[in-house]
Every structure is written in structure tokens, then in C-alpha cells.
Design a protein around this ligand. Structure first.
Ligand code: GLN
Length: 491
């Protein structure tokens, strides 16, 4: 890890503006770090030529005094975002060698603001997973290890590559997407900051769709301030996505450092699970104490439908996925397996192109949407979703500004350790995060400490719709108290 790769995004921005170093030097330092860290498998595509060309252009704009908010900042992009002329696969075989002819709105806005693309990061296939193990390119290995052990751990998923790249100093920030926890869970597992904004805050245009009513993009960074900076560039209204809200984007960075005095922070009793490791309970308690010391008022709240969120999510998300993934038929994108007629070609292509977890989701989704089962499963799950949303509304209406919970029910686990025999074991990772997607609310994961094995643990703050600012202010209080956590390089 060189000095340049250890900078925060904010410090790098300031250093570039005051010409302490150039964007080309900054990009070079990161490209070198990426080369040395290939064992992590965080990137599925490195784009060094593009990075250097973009950095050169950034240096020219800085020299002219025309620097954008992210001018010269090297970033990684999850392979779920379409990038013009740069291969985008969602880490699925079925999108083999798919090269988009356009950028997603999010990435277009990053380049508009001067950012530099280092490469595309690994993720679970079509973002379905919690460990990055369903990727066609193989799993990501976390830069973290348990004390005194060489066991390869997961960085979490589905945005595992982005989380690992940020934690291992292979970029200054990265994009992720979160349908049920795919930003917050990997952030918690890697000691990084990750925020899933309010549904509608960030355009979904050009992002490979998983479950369209739940998907939201957001940033991974090493500090809360950096997340605020990056989200501001990613967010905003977009005519190309009708679900993208037409509301102005505040200066999130200005919210960092804002006092939390007098804020009411809810602590939901339903998030205290039986069999939850004592260390998770301890870190949660610690978080409460930190916020209290900063002047916030902690109040116990109830979200009674919490226990139905995960089962309802695993109906709604596969239902939408089965519809979204119908477009991969061997005609329009990527892989094609020849067959005797068009039907056989579809079948062979889809059988060969989708991995086991994606096939499972398509089958579940098709089942719950089929005639005779629609009312019993899909419609019922939608009703449950409304109740979950109402739980949160009632808490916020009663004057609570944000809700504090653990981000995950455990620290990172070993590759191959979970979900082999029973997929539900893997799904349980999202128990604290899916509720937030079901309700369309913003949620941030912030590192809060290390467990007895030396692995990061994160806390989650859930906010009112479109109030990401309170989350940044509150998360920064935790960050200030907890400090920052960096893995020791072994790669
Ligand atoms: N782990 C959850 C799933 O597999 C969530 C994934 C995500 O947020 N993209 O569906």
C-alpha cells in the first residue's frame, strides 16, 4: 500500500487541486496496487489504458482550473453498471463479452464529474448472493483474515469486489448496488462505509436489473465523508428512469460533522435475535453509547413485521428477477448455444449461461407468479411489504430521526462455509438489511469495531425517505468514536 493509495478520497481531491501530485501519478499508484493484488480477484476487468487517458484529461482540466467534484479520482465500478465500450457481464456467463454502447446514468455522472475508471469489480452473478461465490469469475477473497489463520474469507456480496477493492486500497471508492443488502453487508464485512440511498435517489438506468422495485446503487468508501462526496455525484433526477425521484440532491458533505444533539435514534427490539453472537450485541450497545454521548436520545421502538421481511423478500425479488432475466435468450446479448430450432437455442443458452443460484431464483420467481400461486405468494408478499413499510412510517411519524441496528448477524465467514446444503443459511445474512429495501428507505453501514478474531463489524443506520444527510451525520459520530479499520496486506 503506497502513500497515494492510502489517501481518503477527500484528501486525494484536495491534493490534486493543490497539485501535490497528478491524477496520472494517482492512477499509476492504484494500477500497480491492483496488479499486486490479483490474488484477491476483486477486479474482473482492469482498464489501465482508459484509466491513464482519463487521468491525463483530468490533469489537463485541473491545470485549466476546470476541475469537477471528482476530478482525477480513481474509482472501481461494479460489473453490473453498463460502461460504454468496456465489457459488462454482471459476472454471468450468459453476458460473455457483452460490450455496452452506452454508460449507465451513474457512471456517466461520475465521468462528468472527472472520475477515472480503474476497472470493473467482481460480484455475485446478477447480484444474487451474499458471499460473491456465485460469480462466473469465481469468488473474491477478502483482504481480511482471522487472527492467526490463513482461511480465505468472503468479503460479502453481492458487491464483494467493490468492498474488497476499497478495503485493500485498490481504488479510492467504488460503486455498488443493493437489492437486499449487497452494499451494506459487504461494507460491514470489510470495514468500509457503504450506503444504500432511498429508492429513487439514484437512477437505475443502465444498471443490469435484478429486482427493479428494490435495486438501488450507492457508493463504497473508506470514510463517511468520502461516501457523502461520491453519492452526490451518483445521485439525482433522470428522465431515463421513471422511478428516479425528481428531487434536488443536497450537498451531502456539508452534513458530515453536523451535530446529532437532540436527534431521536430508534432501537428496534425485533433486531435482537436469538442465537446472535454476543459480539454483535456488544457492538450495537457500544453504538448506542456513542450516540448518547454525542447528545442523541435513544428510544426503544418496535417494527413488528420484521420477521416476515426475509421470506417476503425471497418471493418479491425472485419474481422480479424471473421477469427481468427473460431478456437473456441468446439473441440479444452475449452467449448463444446453437440448437435445432429457436426454442432449443433458448433452452440451451439459458441452461448453459445461468449459474445454479440464478436458475433457482428464476424457477422460484416463475412459480410464485404463475396462475393459481400468484395470490398465495406474490400478492401476499406485496401485502407484507406494505406492512413492513408501515412499521417504519409509524416509528418515523412518532418523531424518530434514524434507527440503529447491527448491519449483519455475524462477522465475515469463510469461503465455502455457508449455504452449501441449504441456501436459506446464506439468505439469513440479509436479515437486518432487506427490510430497508422492502420499505425503500436509505441505510448506511459504518465500521464500528473488530471482533475477537480481528474481523470488522458494522452498524447500520436507517433513515427517513430522502434524508441521507442525517445518516451521514450520525454515521460520522460512530466513525469518530470507533476509528478506522484497515486490513494488513498479505497478498
Ligand atoms: N443477498 C441478497 C440476495 O441474494 C441481496 C443481494 C443484493 O442486494 N443484490 O438476493
Amino acid at each position: 500500500m503506497s502513500e497515494l493509495t492510502s489517501l481518503t478520497l477527500a484528501a486525494a481531491r484536495d491534493g490534486l487541486r493543490s497539485k501535490e501530485f497528478s491524477a496520472v501519478e494517482l492512477a499509476d499508484a492504484h494500477l500497480l496496487a491492483m496488479e499486486k493484488a490479483r490474488a484477491l480477484n476483486a477486479y474482473v476487468l482492469e482498464t489501465p489504458e482508459r484509466a491513464l487517458a482519463m487521468a491525463k484529461a483530468a490533469d489537463a482540466r485541473i491545470a485549466l482550473g476546470k476541475a469537477g467534484p471528482l476530478e482525477g479520482i480513481p474509482l472501481a465500478v461494479k460489473d453490473l453498471f453498463c460502461t460504454e465500450a468496456v465489457r459488462t457481464t454482471a459476472c454471468s456467463h450468459i453476458l460473455d463479452n457483452f460490450v455496452p454502447t452506452y454508460d449507465s446514468t451513474v457512471t456517466a455522472q461520475l465521468w462528468r464529474d472527472g472520475a477515472v475508471l480503474l476497472g470493473k469489480t467482481n460480484n455475485d452473478e446478477f447480484a444474487m448472493g451474499s458471499s460473491n461465490e456465485t460469480s462466473y469469475f469465481g469468488p473474491v477473497t477478502s483482504p481480511w483474515r482471522r487472527k492467526g489463520s490463513n482461511t480465505r474469507l468472503t468479503p460479502g456480496g453481492s458487491s464483494g469486489g467493490s468492498a474488497a477493492a476499497v478495503a485493500a486500497h485498490l481504488c479510492l471508492g467504488a460503486t455498488g448496488t443493493d437489492t437486499g443488502g449487497s452494499i451494506r453487508q459487504p461494507a460491514a464485512f470489510t470495514g468500509t462505509v457503504g450506503i444504500k440511498p432511498t429508492y429513487g435517489r439514484v437512477s437505475r438506468w443502465g444498471i443490469v436489473a435484478f429486482a427493479s422495485s428494490l435495486d438501488q446503487a450507492g457508493p463504497f468508501t473508506r470514510t463517511v465523508r468520502d461516501a457523502a462526496i461520491l453519492l452526490r455525484s451518483m445521485a439525482g433526477p433522470d428522465d431515463k428512469d421513471t422511478t428516479c425521484a425528481d428531487v434536488p440532491v443536497p450537498d451531502y458533505e456539508a452534513a458530515v460533522g453536523r451535530s446529532v444533539k437532540g436527534l431521536r435514534i430508534g432501537v428496534p427490539k425485533e433486531y435482537r435475535l436469538e442465537g446472535m453472537p454476543a459480539e454483535i450485541e456488544k457492538i450495537w450497545e457500544q453504538g448506542r453509547a456513542w450516540l448518547k454521548a454525542a447528545g442523541a436520545e435513544l428510544v426503544e421502538v418496535s417494527l413488528p413485521h420484521t420477521k416476515y421481511a426475509l421470506p417476503a423478500y425471497y418471493i418479491v425479488a425472485p419474481a422480479e428477477a424471473s421477469s427481468n432475466l427473460a431478456r437473456y435468450d441468446g439473441v440479444r446479448y452475449g452467449l448463444r448455444e446453437p440448437g435445432g430450432d429457436i426454442r432449443e437455442m433458448y433452452e440451451k443458452t439459458r441452461a448453459a449461461g445461468f449459474g445454479a443460484e440464478v436458475r433457482r431464483r428464476i424457477m422460484i420467481g416463475t412459480y410464485v407468479l404463475s396462475a393459481g400461486y400468484y395470490d398465495a405468494y406474490y400478492l401476499r408478499a406485496q401485502k407484507v411489504r406494505t406492512l413492513i413499510k408501515r412499521d417504519f412510517e409509524q416509528v418515523f411519524d412518532a418523531g424518530v430521526h434514524a434507527i440503529l441496528t447491527p448491519a449483519t448477524p455475524s462477522a465475515a465467514f469463510g469461503l465455502g462455509e455457508k449455504g452449501g446444503a441449504d441456501p436459506v443459511e446464506m439468505y439469513l445474512n440479509d436479515i437486518f438489511t432487506v427490510t430497508v429495501n422492502m420499505a425503500g428507505l436509505p441505510g448506511i453501514a459504518v465500521p464500528a469495531g473488530l471482533d475477537g478474531q480481528g474481523l470488522p463489524l458494522g452498524l447500520q443506520l436507517i433513515g427517513r425517505p430522502f434524508d441521507e444527510e442525517t445518516l451521514f451525520a450520525t454515521a460520522e459520530v460512530i466513525e469518530q468514536a470507533a476509528g478506522r479499520f484497515t486490513p494488513k496486506p498479505w497478498w
